[in-house]
Design a protein around this ligand. Structure first.
Ligand SMILES: [Zn+2]
Length: 437
């Protein structure tokens, strides 16, 4: 078997890739302008017309689209809004975003969209080592959430045997590791850590099961060195980061076996990193907001979708030989999860990195922001769980020092017994803003 799933696409030169992207971008922008009153009106207001698109870089003249705009559009033109295209007889699946805040945004996959999503997901899975005949335990949530279906279709396409268990039943997950003996686990990193904890409690060693690969999405964190090493030693696997989001699509970026950052499928998705203050493109390697354009999506195309996810992008060739750009570190946080405390700015992912470097702490944590009425100041407390007895007088200063080195500010620390923080199979909530607004 070849090392690549689609060698010509995955290893094409950056120049050829840019030409392909530009052709596809022109196609998408033209059809949106002609067929979608949502885009046409938005662009006219911003003074943009498709004929102004002379090079790929001209994309920066197109205004970005936010989730709130999509929500408003769908409320005014229910249920799908005027950015929905493709003839209805070609629609195949409805996938609303998970909607943790406000109404979900309805996205539709047309026939060709399902084919492309399956293809890209299969490419990513091949990239992190899934092969025909592997038993794939799909612990991504099925149903309306996007990643369950896409990875199911892709695993079948690769010739794998799929266990469609979904994000539930920790005991059954462990049972399937033993019998029939899954080779690949797909789920969120927090659920995987929870399964690993339970496995250790049961006394099942990773050497006793054939599990070989884990790919983790729905939340970032897999690329944190300490998190990756906990996942790998706890489950006896190689752990890879896997990314997608409802409005854009599931499982369309993943690490290859070089573990050198998320590879984007740039033939289908145009990736930009934008400085949220200047709205200008960030330099290579600089952190900004991920803005994504669908180059091939037919039903609900997004042109410059503002994901609110923070990442950086590099285009230098990867050790694997693939030429598509990468995001080392993966998703580095949400632009609105930024904690501003005593003038310092940090993201929950930085706290996670520190916590997971201490063996005497569990993988779970939360960050609480409260307001001290008497003193009139905000307080930031990092709540963690101990996994063994620790002498707090010794340990708390050590933890505070490590946090200060990473965050440039010293939060309060609260050490709780193991099991204090609620476990979740879906996205773990880390930041709790308890200040009265
Ligand atoms: Zn690579």
């Amino acid at each position: 078997m070849a090392d690549y799933y689609q060698k010509e696409i995955e290893t094409m030169s950056r120049k050829e890739l840019a030409e392909l992207q530009f052709e596809r971008l022109k196609w998408q922008v033209n059809r949106c302008y002609q067929n979608s009153p949502f885009y046409r009106e938005k662009w006219q207001k911003a003074g943009f017309e498709p004929r102004y698109l002379r090079t790929l870089a001209d994309i920066r003249n197109i205004p970005v689209v936010t989730k709130n705009e999509l929500r408003d559009e769908q409320a005014q033109h229910p249920p799908f809004g005027r950015f929905t295209m493709a003839p209805q007889n070609l629609w195949r699946e409805l996938h609303p975003s998970s909607g943790t805040t406000g109404n979900p945004v309805n996205t539709i996959w047309a026939e060709q969209d399902v084919a492309n999503i399956t293809d890209v997901t299969a490419r990513m899975m091949w990239g992190f080592g899934v092969r025909p005949g592997d038993i794939v335990q799909n612990g991504f949530s099925y149903g309306l959430w996007v990643a369950g279906m896409s990875s199911h279709y892709a695993a079948k396409k690769l010739g794998c045997f799929v266990i469609p268990i979904g994000a539930q039943m920790t005991n059954k997950q462990i049972q399937y590791f033993k019998n029939p003996g899954s080779h690949v686990l797909l789920c969120t990193p927090s659920f995987a850590l929870h399964i690993a904890e339970k496995m250790a409690e049961e006394g099942l060693s990773p050497d006793q099961i054939p599990l070989r690969i884990g790919a983790f999405g729905g939340e970032g964190g897999t690329q944190n060195a300490s998190t990756r090493s906990r996942l790998e030693s706890g489950l006896g696997i190689d752990a890879y980061d896997f990314y997608g989001l409802a409005e854009i699509g599931p499982t369309f970026a993943a690490e290859c076996t070089a573990k050198a950052g998320l590879h984007w499928a740039e033939d289908h998705y145009l990736i930009e990193i934008i400085n949220p203050e200047t709205m200008e493109p960030c330099a290579e390697g600089e952190i900004g907001v991920l803005v994504i354009t669908h180059l091939t999506r037919e039903a609900t195309p997004m042109v410059r979708y503002w994901t609110n996810d923070l990442a950086k992008l590099i285009t230098e060739p990867c050790a694997c030989g693939r030429t598509h750009a990468r995001s080392p570190g993966g998703i580095l946080g949400r632009a609105d999860d930024l904690v501003v405390y005593k003038g310092a700015k940090f993201y929950p992912s930085q706290v996670e990195k520190v916590i997971r470097s201490f063996d005497c702490l569990s993988d779970q944590y939360r960050i609480e922001l409260t307001h001290d009425e008497e003193r009139g100041v905000d307080i930031c407390t990092v709540v963690v769980e101990r996994t063994k007895e620790i002498l707090e007088e010794d340990f708390v200063p050590k933890l505070k020092k490590a946090l200060k080195e990473e965050l440039m500010v010293t939060p309060e620390v609260s050490i709780q017994p193991y099991g204090y923080i609620e476990r979740t199979a879906f996205k773990a909530k880390r930041l709790y803003d308890l200040r009265k607004k």
